[in-house]
Write a protein that binds this ligand. Structure first.
Ligand code: ADP
Ligand code: MG
Length: 350
């Protein structure tokens, strides 16, 4: 798709490191007033705002570990690499303001491929209103590596941690779960079909929502704002990157509480349900263990329940208990099953 086999595309080595950095970053515009100095010096300079705290988070993405370029277009990869970082900022109840982008690339990638990657990064910075203020560029012997650092701000004392959940608090999730994992299953299946018959054209239309959730996820920037508008202050919060079970366990362990989650409350999109049937997979297992949903999982005080009741973006899926009661799923058949952490990487090996 992007490989430079016939030499028709521009090679990175012709531009050189500085030419390449300049080429990729020349169109970034600065929108944030706290960006005092962006790209172009030894370091970026950011303004400090009174009564605010800074939030910083980093992610590292490796080709063939975190993404597969045979079905992940580079533009989507750039977009997703930004989004997954911003999701962590929103999970702190903060607003992202700046990012840095570091890449390691081999000569296998022509300049056009990196332009695509940066087009995706640029699109995400526009949607989420963040400035790219720096990064690093280096060569790699083989694969592509992307590391993004996101910086955000939050009112002093208003960051929400994993550790604040109390007994009887309600457990709430935004959006729906399992779609990104099933999107990955669809793409993996089409990849296998393609390997056998390269002329086959996949019909992804029936799976559009799932594939979009895998290839072009969004971070829930609306949720911290919605909660502020509703005057609900979450007691604990985390984003769902590894799967609902492991995020629940993180909140419980960090907060010193237990939890009951109700199977019949877990929000599923109809496409997830039908594709799980097609793949003969249990949709609850997928919602619990399939990762990359980038929804927010948080706890609220019971007295805040009327404020979120009926909100189409939010679903109460359980409540926190004493730590000694453990962490359980209450099934539709009313049986109690312990929830164990099985990140989606672990699941892949099954
Ligand atoms: P240094 O030698 O000090 O590391 P560089 O030449 O690597 O400086 O970078 C020059 C400028 O370009 C810096 O502002 C740096 O943050 C920025 N930069 C370098 N690589 C990237 C990249 N891949 N994406 C965005 N900005 C970058
Ligand atoms: Mg550098």
């Amino acid at each position: 798709m992007f490989e430079n086999k016939d030499g028709s595309k521009n090679s990175i080595s012709e531009l050189g490191e500085f030419g390449l950095i300049d080429h990729l970053t020349k169109n970034f515009q600065i929108k944030r007033k706290t960006t005092v100095k962006g790209i172009g010096d030894d370091a970026a300079v950011l303004g400090c705002e009174p009564e605010k705290e800074l939030v910083i988070t980093t992610d590292l993405l490796l080709e063939n570990v975190h993404f597969d370029l045979s079905y992940m277009p580079l533009k989507h990869l750039g977009y997703k690499a930004v989004v997954v970082n911003l999701s962590d900022v929103f999970a702190m109840n903060a607003e992202p303001t700046q990012i840095t982008v570091s890449i390691a690339v081999s000569n296998r990638f022509p300049v056009e491929a990196l332009e695509e990657l940066y087009a995706g990064i640029t699109a995400a910075t526009k949607i989420y209103n963040v400035d790219v203020v720096g990064g690093d560029t280096t060569s790699s012997t083989k694969g592509l590596l992307i590391s993004i650092t996101a910086i955000g701000r939050v009112d002093k004392g208003k960051a929400v941690y994993r550790s604040g959940a109390g007994i009887n608090d309600l457990l709430v999730v935004s959006g729906d779960l399992g779609a990104a994992y099933m999107g990955l299953q669809i793409l993996e299946r089409e990849k296998q079909v393609f390997l056998v018959n390269p002329k086959s054209q996949p019909d992804l239309e029936p799976y559009s929502y799932l594939v979009e959730r895998q290839l072009k996820p969004e971070a829930r920037q609306d949720i911290p704002k919605l909660l502020r508008d509703l005057e609900v202050f979450p007691t604990a919060m985390i984003d769902i990157s590894d799967g609902l079970s492991s995020e629940i366990i993180h909140i419980c362990n960090n907060s010193g509480v237990g939890c009951n989650v109700y199977e019949d409350k877990i929000p599923l999109d109809p496409q997830v349900i039908s594709v799980c049937e097609e793949f003969k997979l249990d949709s609850t297992t997928i919602a619990l263990n399939g990762g990359e949903d980038y929804e927010l999982l948080f706890t609220i005080k019971t007295e805040d329940y009327p404020k979120i009741k009926g909100n189409p973006h939010l679903t109460v899926i359980g409540h926190m208990t004493q730590a000694e009661e453990g962490i359980h799923l209450i099934t539709r058949a009313d049986t109690k099953i312990p929830i164990i952490a099985r990140g989606w990487n672990a699941m892949e090996k099954d």
